[in-house]
Design a protein around this ligand. Structure first.
Ligand SMILES: Cc1ncc(C[n+]2csc(CCOP(=O)(O)OP(=O)(O)O)c2C)c(N)n1
Ligand SMILES: [Mg+2]
Length: 412
């Protein structure tokens, strides 16, 4: 029997956060990985062909915001400007919603601050008929699909025009018309759902790809592994993203990986796996388009680790000062996704500071008008709220007898 080692002698370490409150966050000079480092394989490649992509980092924009390499999606001006506008819209929208929360007009809120590029670039790379299985950190996909902002705010308030009548937490959107599947509060359920719908789509011979996102912390859930296992076995048209934003509330991602990248987990399941700079709009677009082409050709799933940084608090109920240096985000080498795309557009002569200010003001006015209109249908402080009777409606197509009995008992 070998002698039992003490925790400090053991040849392994358990991950801890890189920096603690009061320490200086120092991520070095920038990413070691540069655009052009990694090739773009054929869409019919094997998982092994992506072995270097799962440990490297696919980037297109360099530190001067210039696009390089095989992964450059060469997007037209209109698409780039649309992407910038949606990201700006999401950030301004989030700021307004947080103000509503702080003034008691909303119960709870979660921002996408620093992660705006992810759902927006990735949804833009898909087809309209594709299905979205998001977490609460991808509301931006709805802007891409054209959801009315008033309806989004009504949902967050839970007022009389909330499309789910207060059944869901704020930011846990559901939007049937946009194929944006309801976000569930227990994290991770969206992964097996996406794989299941993708399998159904393949059986039915439809050109409908599913995409799902979950967080670094959520990848510790059983649901993650069930889903990736089924994707590995049945090879449905699905794109599975782990958004590694470094934090799961106050738990750092180092505690979730055992020293490997998240993308390597996809490789272990024999799925082509990429690690992509999540603050680089162009890289995200290109990798997702690649995965969409692969899925659409019937070649099966793609696994993506989206490497980013949660710049804001986890939610309106969280204060990161307790567990990380306050200015950690400012040192994050991935920078700000909006500033990076803006810098790229300015560098190409397609944008300037005046246009940026003008657009900011236009979106600000749009958000303010939507906010005022939404409040006419009720706010948290003053109501009105959906009537209590709605707890009995809109769930079952045919109301079961026991629910009907309860309803009658309550006289609703
Ligand atoms: C099954 C389950 N466990 C715990 C929670 C509480 N919870 C909500 S979000 C969260 C952290 C998730 O972190 P991550 O997956 O990294 O996503 P992020 O918030 O960083 O986008 C936790 C623990 C929950 N909602 N569901
Ligand atoms: Mg996280």
């Amino acid at each position: 029997m070998p002698e039992r080692l003490t925790a400090t002698e053991a040849p392994y370490t358990i991950g801890t956060p890189p920096f603690r409150p009061g320490e200086e966050a120092d991520f070095g000079e920038g990413f070691v990985e540069q655009p052009g480092d990694l090739n773009k394989p054929e869409v019919n490649c094997s998982a092994q062909d992506t072995a270097t992509h799962a440990v490297g980092l696919i980037r297109v924009l360099d530190d001067e915001h210039v696009a390089h390499g095989e992964w450059n999606p060469n997007l037209d001006e209109e698409t780039l400007l649309k992407g910038l506008e949606h990201m700006m819209r999401l950030r301004i929208f989030d700021d307004r919603m947080i103000k509503m929360q702080r003034t008691g007009l909303l119960s709870f809120y979660m921002r996408s601050f620093g992660e705006e590029a992810i759902a927006i670039a990735q949804t833009m790379a898909l087809e309209e008929q594709d299905w979205l299985f998001p977490s609460y950190r991808q509301p931006g996909a709805q802007f891409v699909r054209g959801r009315d902002m008033v309806s989004m705010i009504c949902h967050c308030i839970g007022n009389t025009e909330d499309n789910v009548r207060g059944r869901q937490m704020p930011v846990h959107y559901t939007w049937k018309e946009g194929r944006f599947i309801s976000i569930s509060s227990p994290v991770g359920t969206q992964f097996p759902q996406a794989v299941g719908v993708a399998m159904a789509s393949a059986y039915r011979g439809l050109d409908e790809v599913c995409i799902s996102w979950l967080g670094d912390g959520t990848s510790a859930q059983g649901d993650f592994h069930y889903a990736v296992n089924f994707a590995s076995t049945f090879k449905p048209p699905v794109i599975l993203n782990v958004v590694n934003n470094q934090w799961a509330i106050s738990t750092h991602a180092n505690l979730a990986t055992g020293g490997r990248t998240f993308a390597e987990r996809g490789l272990a399941y024999d799925i082509p796996s990429f690690r992509v700079d999540g603050n680089d709009f162009l890289a995200l677009y290109a990798v997702t388009k690649w995965a969409r082409d692969r899925a659409g050709a019937g070649l099966g799933p793609t696994f993506i680790e989206v490497y980013t940084y949660r710049a804001g608090a986890h939610s309106s109920s969280d204060d990161p000062i307790a567990y990380r240096p306050q200015d950690e985000f400012k040192h994050w080498p991935g920078g700000d996704p909006i500033e990076r795309l803006k810098g790229h557009l300015i560098g190409r002569g397609l944008w300037d500071e005046d246009k940026h200010t003008e657009l900011t003001e236009r979106i600000d006015a749009e958000v303010m008008a939507a906010y005022k209109e939404a409040c006419t249908f009720g706010d948290l402080a003053n109501g009105p709220y959906p009537p209590a009777s709605t707890i009995f409606t809109e769930v079952y197509e045919e109301v079961p007898w026991h629910v009907q009995e309860q309803r009658e008992e309550l006289g609703k």
